[in-house]
Design a protein around this ligand. Structure first.
Ligand SMILES: [Zn+2]
Length: 71
């Protein structure tokens, strides 16, 4: 479910969110369009943030699967 990806020289943890687990509205940073509840998507964050794990968690961003792929 959880994997590590390298993008633009940075290491990210990426986790897939299933339709059942997507229960809130999120704004996708890729296209700035709302990800509605019930839409499967991905959440990504820096593996080891410069400011520690706690900051890394608060930096989590929810992306459309497609937007993350082309980001
Ligand atoms: Zn998007």
């Amino acid at each position: 479910m959880r994997r590590t990806e390298f993008k633009r020289g940075e290491s990210w943890i990426v986790q897939s969110i299933s339709a059942e687990r997507a229960q809130k509205d999120y704004v996708c940073p890729g296209c700035t369009v709302m990800i509605a509840p019930g839409i499967p998507h991905v959440v990504a964050w820096h593996e080891e943030g410069l400011f520690g794990a706690e900051r890394a968690v608060s930096d989590r961003r929810h992306w459309h699967t497609h937007c993350w792929r082309i980001h």
